[in-house]
Design a protein around this ligand. Structure first.
Ligand code: UT7
Length: 340
């Protein structure tokens, strides 16, 4: 007989951003750009930048600690089963996983730990992976973190990319929940034929770093912005509709749309395709820029903190990015209310 799967919901959330704010005006002094160009083309006004000695696990740690505390899970008490960190800017080039480094900081010894590499779609992927362990009954408490120090992989002389990204972290604790709540439907997808549109060319096994490659700045993020833009607008609406369909819902049922925070023009176009009014769309890209895998959990956290999500609401998250990759989840919010 097939085993009954459990429903999986969010039991706690946390967020952390580094203190340093880099405004568009600051960028005007670094590259040939203007505040007006950046705001008009992207909606971004400022972003956070990690300190010199702050790595991705340092941003993940306070976010994770808050999410665990809010979920009532003591990290050193043996109740945390699994830590997944979605990141493309781990503390180390290859290994160990940033999730293992985070585990050490949290003081938990027993939990399994690994990273998920799906770039800007990483949090949606990681949440889906974590949810499977709970759905089957294998685990009870899973910590999922999206954390990035994108500032470390940017070419600060390239105006077409350095203005777009920022650093930060968001975290959730997943746990079994009553049927009809939690993750109601989700889709994950990728199209590797688009890998050349957005990548870090050197530093991996294909092109290990050499002084010549460093001279050519091949260790930094490269992007064909216009092509990624086109893909993003198309996939955001498509993935959201597919996930809603799996949940037996339509765009008309959505209380809050929480898209990957890359660009307000992309977000507006996707919302328009879904027929969603602006008050049903959450945007914080103006304050943080594109924080890759951290963008959705940070937006989810702020929407919840600001009272934009209430118990029973249908929330849709959609991520997209390098790979190319994408993912969408439909969540019916449980009884997780904000307390300062
Ligand atoms: O997580 C997923 C990651 N990626 C994305 O979501 C990015 C998706 N793409 C985008 O958001 C947009 O394509 C960008 C914001 C990156 C660029 O906007 P665009 O409207 O596609 O501009 P463009 O690349 O077509 O460039 C238009 C002009 C160019 O000048 P010319 O060739 O027309 O003379 C650029 O050189 O704007 C110029 N430009 C800038 N000007 C001032 C590019 N960057 C800047 C800048 N300041 N920072």
């Amino acid at each position: 007989m097939a085993k009954q799967l459990r429903s999986v919901g969010i039991a706690g959330l946390g967020m952390y951003v580094p203190e340093r704010v880099l405004t568009n005006r600051d960028l005007e002094t670094l590259v040939d750009t203007t505040d007006d160009w950046i705001v008009t083309r992207t909606g971004i006004r400022e972003r956070r930048i990690a300190g010199e000695h702050e790595a991705t696990s340092d941003l993940a740690f306070p976010a994770a600690r808050e999410a665990l505390q809010r979920a009532g899970v003591a990290p050193d008490g043996g109740d945390l089963d699994l830590i997944i960190v979605a990141t493309c800017t781990g503390d180390m080039q290859s290994f160990p996983a940033t999730a293992s480094l985070l585990q050490e900081r949290l003081g938990t010894r027993r939990a399994a730990a690994f990273d998920v590499a799906a770039v800007c779609s990483g949090f949606v992927y990681a949440m889906e992976v974590g949810a499977q362990f709970i759905a089957t009954g294998a685990y009870e408490n899973v910590l999922v973190v999206g954390a990035e120090t994108m500032s470390r992989v940017l070419d600060w002389s390239d105006r077409s990319t350095c203005i777009l990204f920022g650093d930060g972290a968001g975290a959730v604790v997943l746990r079994a929940c009553p049927e009809g709540e939690g993750i109601l439907g989700s889709v994950l997808g990728s199209d590797g034929s688009g890998a050349a549109l957005l990548n870090v060319p050197a530093g991996g096994s294909r092109r290990p770093l050499t002084p010549a490659l460093i001279e050519q700045k091949q260790q930094y993020l490269m992007m064909k912005g216009r092509e990624v833009f086109r893909f993003a607008v198309e996939i955001m609406g498509e993935a959201a509709v597919q996930a809603l369909d799996k949940a037996g819902l339509t765009p008309g049922d959505v209380d809050l749309f929480i898209p990957h925070q890359a660009n307000t023009r992309i977000i507006d176009a996707a919302a328009k395709r879904l027929g969603l009014a602006p008050d049903k769309v959450f945007v914080n890209v103006d304050r943080y820029g594109n924080t890759s895998a951290a963008s959705i959990p940070m937006a989810l956290y702020e929407a919840w903190r600001d009272g934009r999500i209430r118990p029973g609401d249908v929330v849709v998250t959609v991520g997209f990015g390098a790979g190319l990759s994408w993912g969408a989840s439909v969540i019916r919010w449980g009884d997780v209310t904000w307390t300062p």
